[in-house]
Design a binder for this molecule. Structure first.
Ligand code: SF4
Length: 263
């Protein structure tokens, strides 16, 4: 199997996928708002498991790509939840993730509302979760939609703009200070941070200190840290040893007093 083939297999073909067992979310039913095929994202992270972003989307304006409509998403989610309900399969989370950045969807609020209603009807114990790269967090419509999300898992991979740009390769229109401000003023944020070695490594002592200081400023509910476990877009990026993740968590917790979990 070539690397390209393996990457392609990680791009979701379906609107609804799973449930998959996730260490962070338990039995999680995935909702891919970005359609099949190429990923739709405002970032081009070197470690991305979906390969490179061919046409990065500006995070400060509406997405112009064609995406599944709210009606299509709601119908697909309803059908899947009804099936799981009939089969008495319990799920812990309904998670917006998939081929890119879900908050770029122009009907995000309506989709979250529909998912919330369906969750209440068919899986009342499941949490609504969103995996976001945080690039759109300043947009009022995105912030409003996130109010309906129980687990807001927001990306922060570095404590400085320079290093974040090297890791995440954001599209034009992204602003680090604006993103930090948005994260610090949204309730219930859980930060997620990917640590990598090799090209654009973010594990130097100065990088960990600066990242910890941003965590302290944001004051999230918690932080999830992890490393690569799949083929990255950039072959020059490598996973970090697990004991290093443990040391980072210990240091950052002492410096910030925020719960830091290693995944
Ligand atoms: S934000 Fe997520 S989907 Fe987008 S490039 Fe980074 S890892 Fe890939």
């Amino acid at each position: 199997m070539t690397l390209d083939t393996r990457r392609r297999r990680l791009v979701k073909e379906d609107l609804i996928y799973g449930p998959l067992v996730s260490r962070r979310l338990g039995r999680s039913l995935g909702v891919n708002l970005l359609g099949a095929g190429d990923k739709v994202c405002s970032f081009n992270c070197r470690y991305c498991q979906c390969g490179w972003t061919t046409q990065p989307i500006r995070p400060d304006i509406e997405s112009v790509v064609e995406l599944p409509s709210c009606t299509q998403v709601a119908e697909a989610l309803k059908a899947r939840l009804q099936g799981l309900h009939r089969e008495r399969v319990l799920i812990d989370a309904i998670t917006f993730s998939g081929n890119g950045e879900p908050t770029l969807h122009p009907e995000l609020q309506a989709i979250v509302d529909a998912a919330s209603g369906l969750r209440d009807s068919y899986a009342p114990n499941a949490k609504l979760a969103m995996l976001s790269n945080s690039s759109t967090i300043h947009r009022p419509e995105v912030r409003a939609a996130l109010q309906g999300i129980d687990l807001k898992l927001m990306k922060l991979d570095a404590g400085t703009e320079k290093l974040a740009r090297r890791i995440n390769l954001p599209a034009p229109g992204w602003d680090f200070a604006t993103m930090l401000q948005g994260l610090a003023t949204l309730n219930g944020v859980i930060l997620q941070t990917m640590f990598v070695w090799g090209r654009a490594a973010n594990t130097a002592p100065s990088a960990i200190r600066e990242w910890s200081d941003r965590v302290a400023e944001i004051r999230p509910r918690g932080v999830h840290i992890y490393t690569l476990d799949r083929v990255p877009a950039d072959s020059g990026v490598r996973p970090v040893a697990r004991e290093i993740l443990g040391s980072i968590a210990e240091y950052a917790h002492k410096r910030t007093h925020v719960p830091i979990e290693v995944y």
